[in-house]
Design a protein around this ligand. Structure first.
Ligand code: KDO
Length: 335
């Protein structure tokens, strides 16, 4: 106690004398705190890119503090936490934004985004301006950049011998875990399955006990979360080229100097690009790894899935919320 008081008094005296002002320890206290909460693990490629590229790039003025596995905030509660000023950053999804703004569901629809490059083109196109403005003005969330999660595939406990999935009809009655928002549940039903909402952190146990028949995620996530240990097949439906947004509190971002804002923007873009390349490479490589683990990996009738999923969305209440002409503009940005 005595030591602490003595130190504090000494520090105050040095600061008053202008001696400590230039030291890193003193500068730290004035850093902008950027707590980031995500449901993924620290070995997830988006997390790695943020830690290795984003954090160091902003370190001069901001302290990037990531937390993983939904330990700081439960999956799906991060946007509200940012909005209330309890969190500065998150790697969020269009599905989570659609909870607040239904029009974001256009980015959650199956077979709309074609690949990673298409996601970037869409995010940077003026068609995104009204969506970004909504998040900023109504929720206090500034969307910095788009991250690539990968092509979501259907991953089941059953062996291919027990259940071969070629068309949506083959998924009838299959209890498929989907993340817990309406947009995700709708995608599960559009695929022909019986969707069950569940947080990401509970999926491994649910698969191992048989509480669910399967889950959907890109191959890098299947490996990162070790779902391959408790499943037997992967059906390459590629039903959603999935994305995330690097989100930051608008209040915090707007309080930065223009130079700091430019650095944060460039850091987010660089991290998104690094994560994208790493994730794309993993998607390529991991088929062999998963087959070595004994999983059967095969292509179903993708045209049948695409047709069923697109028809389900176009006839849905979600499509009624999509701003006029935006789907055509998204399609025009693809191949
Ligand atoms: C998931 O819960 O299946 C999901 O893939 C949804 C994504 O939007 C993303 O949040 C992701 O989980 C987590 O980051 C864990 O990888």
């Amino acid at each position: 106690m005595t030591l602490k008081v003595t130190r504090r008094v000494a520090t105050a005296a040095l600061v008053a004398a202008g001696v400590l002002a230039q030291t890193p320890a003193f500068a730290d206290a004035h850093q902008i705190q950027l707590r980031m909460s995500m449901a993924g693990s620290e070995t997830d490629q988006r997390a790695v890119a943020m830690a290795e590229v984003f954090g160091p790039a902003v370190a001069e003025f901001a302290d990037y503090q990531p937390s993983y596995n939904a330990t700081l905030f439960a999956q799906g509660t991060e946007l509200e936490a940012i909005s209330r000023g309890n969190l500065e950053m998150s790697i969020t999804s269009a599905q989570e934004l659609a909870q607040f703004f239904p029009e974001f569901s256009i980015f959650t629809a199956g077979y709309v985004h074609q690949d990673a490059a298409h996601q970037v083109a869409v995010f940077n196109d003026p068609l995104m301006d009204s969506f970004k403005a909504l998040a900023e003005e109504e929720l206090g969330v500034h969307l910095l950049s788009v991250m690539y999660l990968g092509r979501r595939q259907v991953n089941l406990r059953q062996t291919r011998e027990e259940l071969e999935v070629m068309t949506p009809a083959d998924l009838a009655g299959v209890n498929l875990r989907m993340p817990g928002t309406d947009a995700w549940q709708f995608l599960g039903s559009a695929l022909g399955a019986a969707p069950t909402p569940m947080a990401f952190g509970e999926v491994y146990t649910a698969l191992s006990t048989g509480a669910v028949d399967g889950q959907d995620n890109p191959l890098p996530t299947v490996v990162d979360a070790r779902f391959y240990e408790v499943t037997n097949q992967i059906v390459l439906t590629s039903h959603l080229v999935d994305l995330n947004y690097i989100a930051i509190s608008a209040e915090v971002f707007n309080s930065m100097t223009p130079e700091q804002q430019a650095t944060v923007q460039a850091a987010a873009d660089a991290a998104a690009e690094a994560g994208r390349q790493a994730q794309l490479q993993k998607e390529e490589e991991l088929v062999a790894f998963l087959e070595e683990q004994g999983l059967e990996i095969y292509e179903p009738n993708v045209a049948a899935f695409r047709e069923a999923v697109q028809a389900a969305y176009l006839g849905s209440e979600f499509a009624e919320t999509w701003p006029e002409g935006v789907l055509d503009r998204i399609n025009a940005l693809g191949n």
